[in-house]
Design a protein around this ligand. Structure first.
Ligand code: ZN
Length: 450
């Protein structure tokens, strides 16, 4: 099935409704969703009973704040206790037509079930994000996300592209730079999707592998996601100049759908695009209190699925930490905009200052070409907090002399001190020392015993 966009500028008319209209749709659908959970999900029925929740009193989005969160660990426990789909599944198993394995950075995969209608919902959510990024029906796309292991960047992206009327060339990051670039040179698809650092790495290999710079390979639009960084100016500029294309960012996560935040042509953060299909709250990760999504606000994203049948989640804590970059936009979309600055779990505290590894990565990337852009934080401490300067291992470019190396070291230390107010000690290593990003996320923090 493929459907057409609503207009030249937007995939769906819902992307431009007023806050009042959006709220009215959410209130109505939240009541429907809570009724569905109470009737069909053992997990939520028990959770409501445990927390003395009277579901008939949940009338509006404002009432959500009184409801308990759903934690990832609860879903794992539910899956383990009631295999194969958990006590939270809310449909007959006969209605399940697809099962996604949620990628976890730790532990076993968790499983997400979908009905045929849920797949359409996922596709609709994803279409709005990718359309905002610049993909159009009729485009042809090189698929450079990982396609194996059930990762949502694989099959669900294929389904979204088909729904949008885009031709997918499903090669996958696992195929490696050589294969991907060969296909790009042969087929010249005009759209490209993958993780930001991998796509930059891919472009850098183009002259060696296909004898031409990446910007001569015919890509017009790039959509990046799967890791923070794609919206950072240094990373975006590098991708756009390497590929001679626009690069915009999107964000999602398996537990709710595939992708559902999408940056528009303005490039100032990813819009919330789907008040009819989900609710996104911002909370303070320490206190759990709601944070108003006004410009400059920071917090963790918490999602409630609407119109979801098989594995519906209520107030699901994502650990994705975002900053709100705006609440109105020249593109006309009305959903607030965010940039993801990291996982709440990844946050380090250096002499009392909260710090996300992705912020350090950005500053190191700004020191290219003297640095390659690859770096690791070497954490010689337990937990997340240290009183010592942070040790950074940074790759320098090939052929950099001793004096230039000294300059590079000083520049990076100085840049991080002035931007983040954190003292670092930079240790340089030669080009090629650190593992490159591919379809498997590379942790920016390396743990070493103190
Ligand atoms: Zn916009």
């Amino acid at each position: 099935m493929s459907v057409a966009p609503f207009s030249e500028k937007y995939w769906s008319p819902i992307e431009t409704v007023s806050a009042v209209q959006a709220r009215a749709v959410q209130d109505e659908r939240l009541r429907e969703q809570i009724t569905h959970l109470a009737a069909h999900s053992t997990f939520y029925r028990e959770k409501f009973a445990r927390h003395d929740v009277d579901v008939t009193k949940i009338r509006t989005v404002d009432d959500l704040a009184a409801l308990p969160f759903t934690e990832k660990q609860e879903l794992r426990d539910s899956l383990a206790a009631v295999p194969p789909l958990g006590a939270h599944v809310a449909v007959d198993h006969a209605d399940v037509v697809q099962i996604q394995a949620s990628s976890g950075t730790t532990g076993n995969p968790s499983y997400v079930a979908l009905t045929a209608d849920d797949i359409v919902t996922w596709c609709e959510l994803g279409a709005r994000a990718l359309y905002a990024n610049g993909f159009r029906p009729g485009d042809r796309l090189l698929h450079a996300f990982g396609m194996s292991k059930g990762f949502v960047g694989g099959l669900p992206i294929v389904q979204i592209l088909r729904y949008m009327g885009i031709v997918d060339i499903p090669i996958g990051a696992e195929a490696g730079a050589e294969r991907l670039l060969r296909v790009q040179a042969d087929q010249r698809p005009n759209a490209l999707i993958g993780t930001p650092y991998f796509l930059a790495h891919l472009a850098e290999q183009a002259p060696r592998i296909v004898g031409r710079p990446a910007r001569e390979l015919g890509v017009r639009t790039i959509s990046v996601g799967g890791e923070p960084g794609g919206g950072l100016p240094a990373v975006r500029d590098r991708l756009e100049s390497l590929w001679g294309a626009t690069s915009r960012e999107m964000l999602g996560g398996t537990d709710i759908a595939c992708t559902y935040w999408g940056e528009c042509e303005a490039g100032e953060g990813m819009h919330f695009l789907s008040p009819d299909l989900m609710i996104a709250e911002l909370i303070d990760p320490e206190t759990g209190e709601q944070v108003a999504p006004v410009e400059g606000a920071q917090g963790e994203l918490v999602y409630t699925a609407l119109r979801r049948r098989a594995s519906p989640l209520l107030r699901f804590r994502t650990r994705d930490h975002v900053v709100v970059t705006g609440t109105d936009c020249s593109c006309g979309r009305t959903g607030f905009k965010v940039r993801c600055i990291g996982r709440t779990d990844d946050m380090l505290i250096v002499r009392g200052i909260n710090l996300f590894p992705s912020a350090i990565k950005q500053l190191v990337t700004e020191s290219t070409p003297a640095a390659t852009g690859e770096m690791r934080i070497r954490a010689e401490f337990e937990g997340h907090s240290t009183q010592q300067p942070l040790l950074l291992v940074v790759e320098h470019a090939a052929g950099l002399g001793p004096e230039q190396q000294n300059d590079l070291r000083a520049t990076i230390e100085q840049r991080i001190r002035s931007a983040l107010n954190v003292k670092t000690v930079v240790q340089l290593v030669p080009d090629g020392t650190l593992k490159r990003p591919d379809h498997v996320k590379v942790s920016l923090v390396e743990r070493v015993s103190p």
